[in-house]
Design a protein around this ligand. Sequence first.
Ligand code: 3HC
Length: 283
Amino acid sequence: MAIKTVGVVGCGLMGSGVAQASAQAGYNTVVSEINQQLLDRGLGMITSNLAKAVEKGRMTDDARKSVLGRLKGTLVMEDFKDCDIVIEVVLEDMTEKKRVFSALDRICPPNAILASNTSCLSIIEMAMATKRPDKVLGLHFFNPVQVMKLLEVVRTLTTSDETIATARAFGESLGKKVILAKDTPGFIVNRLFIPYLLSAIRLYESGAASKEDIDEGMVLGCNHPMGPLALADFVGLDTVFFVANALFDEFKEGRYAPPPLLRKMVAARYLGRKTGKGFYEYK
Ligand code: 3HC
């Protein structure tokens, strides 16, 4: 199946990144938000990312204008009516996800693919809110979407081979390396990544070392671009907590259990970069 028009539901940090990647790859892209303020903020992030790319000489000004010309922001779900694939990037809340999938199923052409960017929720539950579970799958992008080269394509019990093949080709057309995972919480990367972050938080909580030394240890000792505590702040401590809980609920393994310090920081709204304070402070 040929994809020409792409929809993205949600224009936050991840949604705006997905919409930008799609428009940059040459697709007409419709991106929605729930109110004008959030839409303006999301489109503003794309505009400023593209301007920076031109400044750094990585994109011509003409290319920037054509990318923006392919992007359409909307507040109306009906604008997804001509999309060949729609990617849902809304809050990690199953009730909300099911509501979005059911609306997309009603609005989109019958052969359109519907995808979720969830990090850990059950995609088959979203698929069963539609009448096309063979055309539903996960497309899990990584933050910052513009920089990270990976895309996890997630297959449920009902996803067809054709849907997987189309989604894989679509991901590759965005310049991503595609890996295939089954519909289990955390897929491949978060199954390994979340216990790593939780171990770093436990190590810090135990008093074994300072946060700076833990981070420097992993940056210089393992060549990671960021240490685990800085990375937890970057991802958002609420997100780390949410995914950890989802993994723990499913597998009941101690390595997924959120450490008390993480729970307390989330309660205090020390969520990392997004609130200006997490393990570190941000201006
Ligand atoms: N949006 C767009 N571009 C960005 C960006 C952003 N938010 N942040 C950085 N960049 C670009 C910069 O413009 C720069 O581009 P250039 O090389 O063309 O000039 C390049 O990335 C490098 O940026 P900087 O020089 O400013 O800074 P760093 O070299 O420190 O890189 C980083 C920043 C890319 C964020 C790097 O530190 C990194 O890769 N960190 C790890 C990120 C990571 O692990 N992400 C996965 C999180 S897990 C996840 O998303 C899954 C979820 O389910 C939890």
